[in-house]
Every structure is written in structure tokens, then in C-alpha cells.
Write a protein that binds this ligand. Structure first.
Ligand SMILES: Nc1ncnc2c1ncn2[C@@H]1O[C@H](COP(=O)(O)OP(=O)(O)O)[C@@H](O)[C@H]1O
Ligand SMILES: [Mg+2]
Length: 254
């Protein structure tokens, strides 16, 4: 763990401020009657419906192998589906061609992959800055924002280190910083605290909650952790029949 004093994302807000997003009305994420089967023919789920509004965190739980990671990949336009549709800020993933889907993903989606996908031969700062570099911010502003995010996940002094030397928990925090750096409309995170000690998990969950609620984005977080479910507005269980309500409201957790 880092020993540098932690500043909250709000305190970092000057460096964290990004241009406002285009004013989309309605839910940020809308999923209609989604069905997915695997290449061998096995059906993972069907009739899956989901909405996430600006400022809302949805947690998804479900047994291993049920299709949680596959669902997140579909929401990001990284995997196909058999029926239904996914709309991000009103744009239909089904109707977009591949270049437009790539643009949508770069500009409006932040993804924390279960396996991190951090590039080992880039520094932490370069890894975190990558989404911004892809959407055209440049130079010092880009580095300042990458550093602000690294500080928010407790890696403020490590921006110049190479990612190849990091532990799993450190890689996970870099992945979280990278997913938030461009203030995406939709944040998708696959077990984002699975490698973190409780104290560090609490810190990054606070960052998630702050980014979503202040940034008016929406988040879908796959999790097994009670701490993550506790920051969610809704906890939904994935099964072959789609997503079912587990409980509602942040205070509903027993
Ligand atoms: N590309 C693929 N080809 C075949 N099977 C896959 C593919 N991707 C995932 N699966 C299978 O789909 C099921 C759901 O996987 P996954 O979405 O990773 O589940 P979860 O994240 O809920 O543990 C698993 O049985 C997995 O083996
Ligand atoms: Mg998974």
C-alpha cells in the first residue's frame, strides 16, 4: 500500500474536470430483450432487460460461468448477441458498424476488465492516459489528469513506474484509473475489487461512487463483494432468464 495521504476525487476536481458531455436525455444504458448463445449453441441467457440512468450504479451478481463477463462484453460492443439490442446514450450497438462501435467505446465507455489488460511495457501514467490520448487530449493536461487518477487510487507516486513490475492489486487499481480517466458515460467493471484488501477496496469504491454520481455517468459492476453491492443503487442477479431484482436501494443490504 501507498503511504502518501489520500485526497478524495472531489479534492482533485480541478485536475479531474472534463468538458461536459453532450446532453442525452433518458437512461444512459438501455438493454432490450437480449439473448446470447455460445458458438456451440448453448444458450447463456435470453429476455434480458436492463436500464441504468445517469448517476446510477447497478451491481450484477450470479454464479461463476453464468455469463456475467460475457454480458459486460456485449454492453461494450465487444461481443455479439442473438436477439434484442443495447443502446448507449440512445445509440444502438446493433445498428453501428465496427468503426462507429470502436468510437463509441473509446469516447463513452470505461471498462475495468477482470484480467486488467494493462500494457506491461508502458508506465502507469501512460497506461492511464491511453483513453484520453485516443480521444485527442494531449500533452501536459493529459498527464495531469492521469496523475490525478493515479493519486485517487493510491498510486500517486508511481506514475513513472512500468506496469510489468506491479502486483495484481496494483494492476487492478491502474485498470480502474484508466477506466475513469476520460469520464465515460458508461462504466463497466468486472469484479473490480477482487484483488484488493478491504481498505483499498473501500477507497476505489468511493472513487467509483463519486465519479458516477458527480459525473452523471452510469455504472454496471459485476461483483461478489458485499462492499461493492453496498454502494450500488440496485443489485441484480443474472440467470438464464435474464436479470432479476435482488434488492433495491443502497440501504437495503442486510
Ligand atoms: N468465446 C467463447 N466461446 C465459448 N464459450 C465461451 C466463450 N466465452 C465464454 N464462454 C463460456 O460462457 C460461459 C459464461 O462465461 P462468463 O461470461 O465468463 O461467465 P462469468 O463471468 O459469469 O463467470 C462459460 O461457460 C464460458 O466457458
Ligand atoms: Mg467473469
Amino acid at each position: 500500500m501507498e503511504t502518501t495521504p489520500h485526497r478524495s476525487a472531489a479534492e482533485l476536481s480541478p485536475a479531474l474536470s472534463m468538458p461536459p458531455r453532450t446532453g442525452h436525455e433518458g437512461p444512459i444504458l438501455e438493454v432490450f430483450d437480449l439473448a446470447k448463445s455460445l458458438p456451440g449453441g448453448r444458450q447463456l441467457f435470453s429476455g434480458l432487460t436492463l436500464q441504468a440512468r445517469a448517476g446510477e450504479i447497478v451491481a450484477i451478481v450470479g454464479e461463476s460461468g453464468i455469463g456475467k463477463s460475457t454480458l459486460l462484453n456485449i454492453l461494450a460492443g465487444l461481443d455479439g448477441f442473438d436477439r434484442g439490442d443495447v443502446r448507449v446514450e440512445g445509440e444502438s450497438i446493433r445498428e453501428l458498424d465496427e468503426p462507429a462501435r470502436t468510437r463509441l467505446r473509446r469516447e463513452r465507455i470505461g471498462f475495468v476488465f477482470q484480467a486488467f489488460h494493462i500494457l506491461p511495457y508502458l508506465t502507469l501514467r501512460q497506461n492511464v492516459a491511453l483513453p484520453l490520448a485516443l480521444v485527442s487530449s494531449k500533452g501536459e493536461a493529459l498527464e495531469r489528469r492521469a496523475d490525478a487518477l493515479l493519486e485517487a487510487v493510491g498510486l500517486g507516486t508511481r506514475g513513472g513506474d512500468y506496469a510489468r513490475d506491479l502486483s495484481g492489486g496494483e494492476l487492478q487499481r491502474v485498470a480502474i484509473a484508466r477506466a475513469l480517466v476520460h469520464e465515460p458515460a458508461l462504466i463497466l467493471a468486472d469484479e473490480p475489487t477482487g484483488n484488493l484488501d478491504p481498505e483499498t477496496a473501500a477507497r476505489v469504491l468511493a472513487l467509483f461512487a463519486d465519479s458516477v454520481r458527480r459525473g452523471r455517468s452510469a455504472a454496471v459492476i459485476v461483483t461478489h463483494s458485499h462492499a461493492t453491492a453496498a454502494i450500488a443503487d440496485r443489485v441484480l442477479t443474472l440467470s438464464a432468464k435474464g436479470l432479476g431484482e435482488t434488492r433495491s436501494g443502497r440501504d437495503g443490504l442486510s
